[in-house]
Design a protein around this ligand. Structure first.
Ligand code: ZN
Ligand code: ZN
Length: 112
Protein backbone atom coordinates (compact mmCIF):
# COMPACT_ATOMS: atom_id res chain seq x y z
CA UNK A 1 0.00 0.00 0.00
CA UNK A 2 1.39 3.41 -0.97
CA UNK A 3 0.95 6.16 1.59
CA UNK A 4 2.75 9.48 1.97
CA UNK A 5 5.71 9.64 4.32
CA UNK A 6 4.68 11.87 7.24
CA UNK A 7 8.05 13.63 7.15
CA UNK A 8 8.78 14.29 3.49
CA UNK A 9 5.42 13.42 1.89
CA UNK A 10 7.12 11.22 -0.66
CA UNK A 11 5.17 8.09 -1.42
CA UNK A 12 6.29 5.26 0.77
CA UNK A 13 5.50 1.63 0.36
CA UNK A 14 4.08 0.21 3.55
CA UNK A 15 3.71 -3.49 4.04
CA UNK A 16 0.20 -4.22 5.15
CA UNK A 17 -0.40 -7.50 6.82
CA UNK A 18 -4.02 -8.31 6.35
CA UNK A 19 -5.84 -11.05 8.06
CA UNK A 20 -9.28 -11.01 6.65
CA UNK A 21 -11.90 -12.64 8.69
CA UNK A 22 -15.34 -11.30 8.29
CA UNK A 23 -18.72 -12.64 7.56
CA UNK A 24 -20.66 -11.83 4.49
CA UNK A 25 -24.35 -12.03 4.95
CA UNK A 26 -26.86 -12.93 2.37
CA UNK A 27 -29.92 -10.73 2.34
CA UNK A 28 -32.09 -13.45 0.97
CA UNK A 29 -32.39 -17.16 1.33
CA UNK A 30 -30.58 -18.32 -1.78
CA UNK A 31 -32.84 -21.24 -2.59
CA UNK A 32 -36.23 -19.66 -1.90
CA UNK A 33 -35.52 -15.95 -2.39
CA UNK A 34 -37.17 -15.20 0.94
CA UNK A 35 -35.69 -12.23 2.80
CA UNK A 36 -33.46 -13.13 5.71
CA UNK A 37 -33.51 -11.32 9.06
CA UNK A 38 -30.85 -8.68 9.57
CA UNK A 39 -27.67 -10.05 11.14
CA UNK A 40 -26.63 -8.97 14.63
CA UNK A 41 -23.37 -7.44 13.42
CA UNK A 42 -23.00 -3.73 13.95
CA UNK A 43 -21.79 -3.04 10.44
CA UNK A 44 -22.50 -6.13 8.41
CA UNK A 45 -21.17 -6.82 4.97
CA UNK A 46 -23.75 -8.03 2.53
CA UNK A 47 -23.62 -10.20 -0.48
CA UNK A 48 -25.31 -8.13 -3.13
CA UNK A 49 -28.39 -9.00 -5.11
CA UNK A 50 -26.31 -10.59 -7.83
CA UNK A 51 -24.76 -12.88 -5.22
CA UNK A 52 -21.48 -11.04 -5.56
CA UNK A 53 -19.25 -10.08 -2.69
CA UNK A 54 -17.79 -6.60 -2.79
CA UNK A 55 -14.61 -6.83 -0.78
CA UNK A 56 -13.29 -3.43 -1.74
CA UNK A 57 -14.80 -1.73 1.28
CA UNK A 58 -13.71 -4.58 3.50
CA UNK A 59 -10.14 -4.39 2.21
CA UNK A 60 -10.05 -0.64 2.74
CA UNK A 61 -11.21 -0.93 6.35
CA UNK A 62 -8.69 -3.63 7.12
CA UNK A 63 -5.86 -1.79 5.42
CA UNK A 64 -6.53 1.36 7.43
CA UNK A 65 -6.47 -0.62 10.64
CA UNK A 66 -3.31 -2.46 9.69
CA UNK A 67 -1.33 0.60 8.68
CA UNK A 68 1.19 1.96 11.12
CA UNK A 69 0.21 5.34 12.56
CA UNK A 70 3.47 6.92 11.45
CA UNK A 71 4.64 6.10 8.01
CA UNK A 72 8.16 6.94 6.91
CA UNK A 73 9.63 6.34 3.48
CA UNK A 74 12.70 5.10 5.33
CA UNK A 75 13.57 4.94 9.03
CA UNK A 76 16.08 7.80 8.84
CA UNK A 77 14.04 10.07 6.59
CA UNK A 78 15.31 13.62 7.03
CA UNK A 79 12.00 15.11 6.00
CA UNK A 80 11.43 18.51 4.51
CA UNK A 81 13.16 21.73 5.43
CA UNK A 82 10.63 23.63 7.59
CA UNK A 83 11.86 26.84 6.02
CA UNK A 84 12.00 26.25 2.27
CA UNK A 85 10.30 22.89 1.97
CA UNK A 86 13.24 21.24 0.23
CA UNK A 87 13.47 17.48 0.47
CA UNK A 88 16.43 17.07 2.80
CA UNK A 89 16.87 13.46 1.68
CA UNK A 90 17.95 14.84 -1.67
CA UNK A 91 20.55 17.07 -0.04
CA UNK A 92 20.99 20.00 2.32
CA UNK A 93 19.26 23.21 1.39
CA UNK A 94 20.77 26.66 1.75
CA UNK A 95 18.79 27.64 4.82
CA UNK A 96 20.79 28.42 7.92
CA UNK A 97 18.50 26.95 10.49
CA UNK A 98 19.39 26.76 14.13
CA UNK A 99 18.05 23.31 14.74
CA UNK A 100 17.54 23.73 18.43
CA UNK A 101 16.41 20.52 20.01
CA UNK A 102 14.55 21.16 23.24
CA UNK A 103 15.88 18.01 24.80
CA UNK A 104 19.45 19.12 24.28
CA UNK A 105 18.65 22.58 25.59
CA UNK A 106 17.50 21.03 28.83
CA UNK A 107 20.66 18.95 28.99
CA UNK A 108 22.85 21.95 28.35
CA UNK A 109 21.15 23.89 31.12
CA UNK A 110 21.51 20.98 33.52
CA UNK A 111 25.20 20.74 32.71
CA UNK A 112 25.54 24.43 33.37
ZN1 ZN B 1 10.25 10.47 3.97
ZN1 ZN C 1 15.60 25.06 3.53
Amino acid sequence: MIVPCIRCLNPSQQPVDLHLRDEFHSKIEVTTGAPLPKPDDEDPFFIDDNHLVDIEELLREYALLALPMQTFCKPDCKGLCPNCGADLNAGECDCQLDEGDDRFDVLKRLLG
